[in-house]
Design a protein around this ligand. Structure first.
Ligand code: 6GU
Length: 288
C-alpha cells in the first residue's frame, strides 16, 4: 500500500472513532496509530467503527494560501504542536506565497505613498493582483485592524472551506481596489494595532487546524469550550490537592458529580459576568 493510501485510511479510521458520538467507553478513541492496530485483534476502536456515519465529504483537507511579505515568520507556528500535526496528518496544507516575488521592478517594490498625502505607505495593487489572480476560486481573507473581529464562529466557518487565502496586510493599509475586487472578507484580531496581519494569519491557521476532524491531538470535543455556549471556562486544578497551603476547592475532591457540575456552572457564569459581561448580553439564546 502506498503511504498516501495508508495515510488516508488512518485518517478515515480516526474520524470514525472521533465522530461516532458514542459516550466515552473508557478507551482512547484517538489512539489508533497503525493499520495493524485497527484491523488486528486490538478491540479498542472496533466498537466505534460500525457506527461510523459521517459522510466521506467531511474528511476534507483544508488548504490555506498565505500571501505575506514575511514567509519566514510562519516557520515557527507551522512547525509546532497541533498545526504541525495537522499538516503531517494531511488534514491541513499551508502554501506560503512570498509577496516580494510579485513586487514591481528591479527593487520588487510593494508599497508607495498614499494619493492625497498623509503618513506611511500603502500596499500597491499590482503585486497583490498578481499573487491573488490564480487564487480567485478560494475564499480570500484580508487581515487588517479595520476588519470584522475574528471569533470562534469565524473559525468554525473557515474550517468547513476547502481553500482559503489569507492576505497579511502591512503598512498603513492596502489599496482599496484590492479589497473591492479580490477580497471576500476583512478580519481583525482585536482592537489594537500590530505591524502586520501575520500574527492574525498564524492565529487563524491554528484555530482552524484544531477543528479539523482526525487531527491527532485536537480535543475530543471542541463543543464544550469557551465561546461555544457563550460562557468562559471555569477554573481547573490538578495534583497536588494542597500546594504549600494553597488548597484545591473541596467540592472537586468530593466525588459528587452533581455538585461538581453545579460548582463549575456557577464559576463559569461568575467569571463571564465579571470579565465579559458583553458575552452574557449578546448570548445567542438571549433576546435582549
Ligand atoms: Cl489583522 N493586522 C494588524 N496590522 N493589526 C491588527 C490586526 C491585524 N488585528 C488586530 N490588530
Amino acid at each position: 500500500m502506498s503511504p498516501e493510501v495508508i495515510n488516508l485510511l488512518q485518517r478515515l479510521i480516526q474520524n470514525a472513532c472521533v465522530n461516532t458520538g458514542l459516550p466515552d467507553s473508557g478507551h482512547e478513541h484517538r489512539s489508533v496509530a497503525t493499520l495493524q492496530e485497527f484491523f488486528g485483534d486490538d478491540p479498542r476502536c472496533g466498537p466505534c467503527f460500525p457506527t461510523f456515519r459521517r459522510p466521506a465529504s467531511s474528511l476534507h483537507t483544508v488548504k490555506i494560501y498565505v500571501i505575506t511579505m514575511f514567509p519566514g515568520y510562519f516557520e515557527g507556528p507551522l512547525g509546532i504542536s497541533i498545526v504541525a500535526r495537522g499538516i503531517e496528518d494531511g488534514a491541513l496544507v499551508v502554501d506560503l506565497v512570498d509577496l516580494r516575488e510579485h513586487g514591481l521592478g528591479r527593487h520588487r517594490q510593494l508599497d508607495d505613498p498614499p494619493f492625497g498625502g498623509g503618513p506611511g505607505m500603502v500596499m500597491m495593487i499590482e503585486p497583490l493582483a498578481s499573487a491573488l489572480e490564480p487564487l480567485k476560486d478560494t475564499h480570500r481573507v484580508l487581515f487588517t485592524p479595520s476588519g470584522d473581529p475574528m471569533s470562534q464562529d469565524t473559525l468554525d466557518r473557515w474550517a468547513q472551506i476547502d481553500e482559503l487565502t489569507f492576505v497579511c496586510g502591512r503598512y498603513e493599509g492596502v489599496d482599496q481596489r484590492v479589497i473591492d475586487n479580490f477580497i471576500d472578507e476583512e478580519v481583525s484580531l482585536g482592537d489594537y494595532v500590530l505591524a502586520g496581519g501575520e500574527v492574525a494569519a498564524a492565529a487563524a491557521i491554528e484555530g482552524v487546524a484544531r477543528l479539523l476532524p482526525g487531527v491527532v491531538g485536537n480535543p475530543e470535543s471542541t463543543e464544550k469550550e469557551s465561546f461555544r455556549d457563550g460562557l468562559l471556562e471555569e477554573p481547573v486544578y490538578t495534583r497536588p490537592a494542597d500546594f504549600e497551603g494553597w488548597a484545591v476547592p473541596k467540592v472537586l475532591l468530593s466525588g459528587d458529580h452533581g455538585k461538581i457540575e453545579e460548582w463549575r456552572a456557577q464559576r463559569r457564569v461568575e467569571r463571564t459576568r465579571r470579565r465579559r459581561p458583553d458575552l452574557l448580553r449578546n448570548g445567542k439564546d438571549s433576546d435582549t
